[in-house]
Ligand binder design. Sequence first.
Ligand code: ADP
Ligand code: MG
Length: 230
Amino acid sequence: MDYIVELRNVRKEYRLGNQTVEALRGASLNVKAGQFLAIAGQSGSGKSTLLNLVGGMDRPTSGEIRVDGADISNLDRAGQDAYRLRKVGFVFQSFNLLHVFTAFQNVEMPLLLAGGMTAGERAKVVHQILADVGLGEKANRKPSELSGGEQQRVAIARAVVKRPPLVLADEPTANLDSRTSTVVVDLIRSLPKKYNTTIIFSTHHEPLMQIADVAVRMRDGNFVDSGAAA
Ligand code: ADP
Ligand code: MG
């Protein structure tokens, strides 16, 4: 069986002065391509640490992380940057949009960074994706002129515009009311099929686990049922 993401006995320690915080304590996980996987767990259980490691934003203290067949556990900064550019889309709790730019420009940014497309080609792709997320009419709005749910839809469009094999969403609904959360989660749920990608999202909101293909739970830096999601 081929997995898009494989974690083997991943540990992550943070140093805080002369203290060591064990954020991940030997976590193992397999994720199949095309899956919509939820990671639930209370605040402090290690969800963000795990997603940051899988997203190539940080390195594990020990253990192995493979994504799309490649070992990313020991990449240097340049290797991490290249990995993120090619393989990963990120959706953050706080949207992280660029506030001086319009929705269109925010979604276009990853394509500009990747290079290789004309302005006309980029515009076509960006307008299509904004229409897919229901913001076709609001392409020229800035984030401050959009609701929280709309901003998160822009962020989702930005995460998938390069069609990455993996999309990571760290508590994407934590700053949204429950009705807006439902809309945003339904949209995220539609991504694997529509964009041929895999989604891992974290949440501390129990009902959201039920809409995932697979749900795993973290506690104290590990999965509660270890080796879950096989
Ligand atoms: P969650 O996302 O589930 O709330 P985190 O991954 O953010 O959990 O945190 C896991 C543990 O690691 C917590 O005890 C947290 O305080 C600690 N931690 C997270 N980031 C850092 C950091 N940069 N430095 C020190 N400790 C951290
Ligand atoms: Mg977190």
